[in-house]
Design a protein around this ligand. Structure first.
Ligand code: CO
Length: 269
């Protein structure tokens, strides 16, 4: 047992949820995962440079596939549990896991989440951004802005020896203050050696609850914020696309973070 084991052991003895040592990335792993994350960011930048009104979401899928593979990577969503495309594109009332489709054309006023996940040399990275098409309504602009603020406020709470619930509580509080709700039962996740690792990251849990944050942990901060209620349903035909139950707008932004000795580092955003 080293010093860290003793610290984790004593926290666990006090009833705290602590990460297994296997969830704490080694310096070599961190270096390799950072390369994957850098490519992931470059893919998102590539999408940002080309996304526009009149484009269909299958063209976004093509941009992601071509750019990722040209740089030696593999899009992590492709064939993941049967997902048919290389990226998730979630427009307006789609909460997440939208499937790119050549018949879905981006129009003036749309808001869209593009969720990019990359495998490079066997290491995983994941981030998503909101894009706005043409001139959007005040209503749409507000949910995008508040979602950005939620993720930034969550990030401020990401520090060693805090808790996942501190991040969740900052996000949920800000969303609710703005009249919004946070989706429950779909959350973030550990990442790096696999696409989805422990811990599951909820954005509705109380401050001080859930897993203790320990240097070397890597996970996503990716709340889904709904204009109306938090309820959703999954498309019966494709088994993936998640819609708001009430038809209201939904926005999501995802950062992939590493807990360090001093705070947190965003690896891809
Ligand atoms: Co994710």
């Amino acid at each position: 047992m080293d010093k860290l084991d003793i610290k984790l052991w004593s926290l666990a003895a006090k009833g705290q949820i602590v990460p297994d040592r296997s969830l704490l990335k080694t310096p070599d792993q961190i270096e390799a995962i950072k390369k994957s994350a850098a490519l992931n960011t470059a893919v998102l930048d590539h999408v940002a440079a080309h996304i526009c009104e009149g484009m269909n979401t299958a063209e976004i899928d093509r941009l992601v596939y071509d750019y990722t593979t040209a740089h030696g990577g593999i899009p992590a969503p492709l064939n993941y549990q049967g997902f048919p495309k290389s990226v998730c594109t979630s427009v307006n009332n789609v909460v997440c896991h939208g499937i790119p489709d050549e018949n879905e054309i981006l129009k003036n006023g749309d808001i869209i989440n593009v969720d990019v996940s990359t495998i490079l040399d066997g290491y995983f990275s994941d981030a998503s951004r909101m894009f706005t098409i043409g001139s959007i309504s005040g209503r749409a602009a507000k949910i995008v802005k508040v979602t950005e603020e939620c993720v930034e406020l969550g990030l401020k709470e990401a520090k060693p020896w805090g808790h996942l619930g501190d991040i969740a509580s900052a996000i949920n509080t800000h969303a609710r203050q703005n009249g919004y709700s946070v989706v429950e039962d779909i959350g973030g996740h550990g990442i790096g050696l696999e696409f989805h690792e422990d811990p599951y990251v909820s954005y509705v849990t109380p401050k001080g609850s859930e897993m203790v944050l320990v240097p070397g942990m890597m996970f996503t901060i990716e709340p889904m914020i709904n204009e109306g209620g938090p309820d959703f349903y999954v498309d019966e035909k494709n088994g993936w696309t998640v819609y708001t139950m009430d038809g209201g707008l939904s926005a999501q932004i995802e950062y992939m973070v590493l807990i360090t000795e001093k705070g947190a580092e965003v690896l891809t955003r």
